[in-house]
Write a protein that binds this ligand. Structure first.
Ligand SMILES: Cc1cc2nc3c(=O)[nH]c(=O)nc-3n(C[C@H](O)[C@H](O)[C@H](O)COP(=O)(O)OP(=O)(O)OC[C@H]3O[C@@H](n4cnc5c(N)ncnc54)[C@H](O)[C@@H]3O)c2cc1C
Length: 374
């Protein structure tokens, strides 16, 4: 394969991990990105490498492999900010704790490195949690990367290989087997084209556009915020019990026994996820809205709810919020982990990773390359 060239459309984490795997396999890579620099889901997320929430089976296997790959990639590209900090999902009522016990009793619990904690043990695992909790689920396998730094660090490492060219500010408008044309009419040739458009599902015509229009995919919009540096270090990332309503690992009988969700959880798919950035600020979210067209503005009342929840769990007042944003991802609506399709000979589309794209990206790229070079 030495010296073959792949053209990758899309500069998000999925496209960039595919570029990394291509270079590992000694392919030359040209990567096009429509924006001046990636601005979408891959830089708007929490950076959680979240093994605890993955469904048993293929998704968990990919999650565990991806966790290994993130760590080994960080050894050669330390700027991506990998930290094996683990997570604590906190329980604020007995029904949540019961569901945690149920998950921890499942066979893959050891691979996830799960343990159920009492209230005092939660405080020992993460002394910043001093609010009203009845227990929690510790996942030592969960980790975090810095979403604002990952893509740049990976591209820097790719450039060092001498096999990689990044072309920002160029939108692919025509993709066929063997070539891509951008919006200025420039042509990029390669024996393989991999299209990783994220949530831009309608941007391309031809076989890619048709495949995306027919794929079982929907989009989801999330609200997020970032605080000023916190006064203390959080030993782990934190999730609240509502997160168990969404993550497929918790799709167990006990989920039906959870207490009724609050109004905002029911109406805007709210859960609390809280991650400390390397510089000390806290990234806090999120909400899930599927109905399009999406609101162009963010809803302040939802931020008030997220802040209240975070303060109830931490038991201290959050620092000032310094940034707010919304992000959109695409998600497969059936049970596949992502949409990956060869839409014509030599053209592969990979998208719809949902809220797990950051976590799974290295393993998805490895899997795509094993598949296309089979
Ligand atoms: C708010 C939020 C929080 C999240 N938190 C997490 C988390 O903590 N952990 C986790 O695992 N996952 C998380 N996710 C999901 C994860 O961020 C996504 O699954 C992942 O980033 C998708 O990557 P992508 O490369 O497919 O898409 P994107 O990041 O959207 O990248 C696609 C890129 O392709 C470019 N593009 C599109 N069309 C063209 C074209 N025709 N020509 C050239 N370029 C094109 C776009 O400009 C874009 O930069 C979160 C998502 C959101 C929105």
């Amino acid at each position: 394969m030495d010296g073959q060239r792949v053209v990758i459309v899309g500069g998000g984490v999925i496209g960039t991990m595919h570029a990394l795997e291509a270079v590992r396999r000694r392919w030359d890579v040209v990567q096009l990105e429509a924006d001046a620099g990636p601005r979408r889901a891959s830089v708007r997320n929490f950076g959680l490498v979240w093994v605890s929430g993955r469904a048993e089976g293929e998704e968990l296997e990919l999650g565990l492999r991806a966790r290994e790959l993130w760590e080994s990639t960080a050894a050669v590209a330390p700027g991506l900010g990998f930290r094996a900090n683990g997570s604590v999902t906190v329980a604020t009522d007995p029904s949540e704790l019961a569901l945690m016990h149920e998950l921890a009793a499942r066979p893959p619990s050891a691979a996830r490195q799960l343990s159920v904690l009492g209230a005092d043990e939660v405080r020992a695992a993460n002394p910043a949690v001093r609010g009203k909790v009845v227990g929690g689920l510790l996942c030592r396998r969960d980790a975090v990367v810095e979403p604002g730094a990952v893509l740049g660090a990976l591209r820097g490492h790719l450039l060092d290989s001498g096999r990689y060219r990044f072309v920002p500010g160029r939108r692919a408008v025509e993709v066929t087997g063997g070539q891509v044309v951008d919006h200025l009419g420039d042509l990029y040739q390669g024996s393989l084209v991999i299209v990783c458009p994220g949530d831009a599902l309608s941007g391309l015509g031809g076989s890619v556009g048709t495949a995306l229009a027919q794929a079982p995919v929907r989009r989801c919009r999330l609200q997020m915020m970032q605080t000023a540096p916190a006064p203390e270090v959080l030993a782990t990332s934190i999730a609240d019990g509502d997160s168990m309503r969404y993550y497929p690992a918790f799709d167990l009988p006990g989920r039906a026994q959870l207490s009724a969700p609050s109004e905002e959880t029911a109406s805007s798919g709210m859960q609390l996820l809280l991650v400390q950035r390397a510089a000390g600020g806290l990234t806090i979210g999120d909400t899930h809205v599927y109905e399009e067209p999406f609101d162009f503005a963010v809803e302040e009342v939802l931020y008030d709810c997220l802040r209240r929840r975070a303060e109830e769990i931490l038991g201290w007042t959050l620092p000032a919020v310094v940034r707010r944003w919304a992000g959109v991802y695409s998600a497969a609506t059936d049970d596949r982990v992502c949409v990956r399709e060869e839409v014509e000979p030599g053209v592969v589309v990979v998208t719809a990773l949902a809220g797990r794209g950051m976590t799974l990206s290295p393993a998805i790229a490895e899997q795509t390359w094993a598949w296309v070079t089979r």
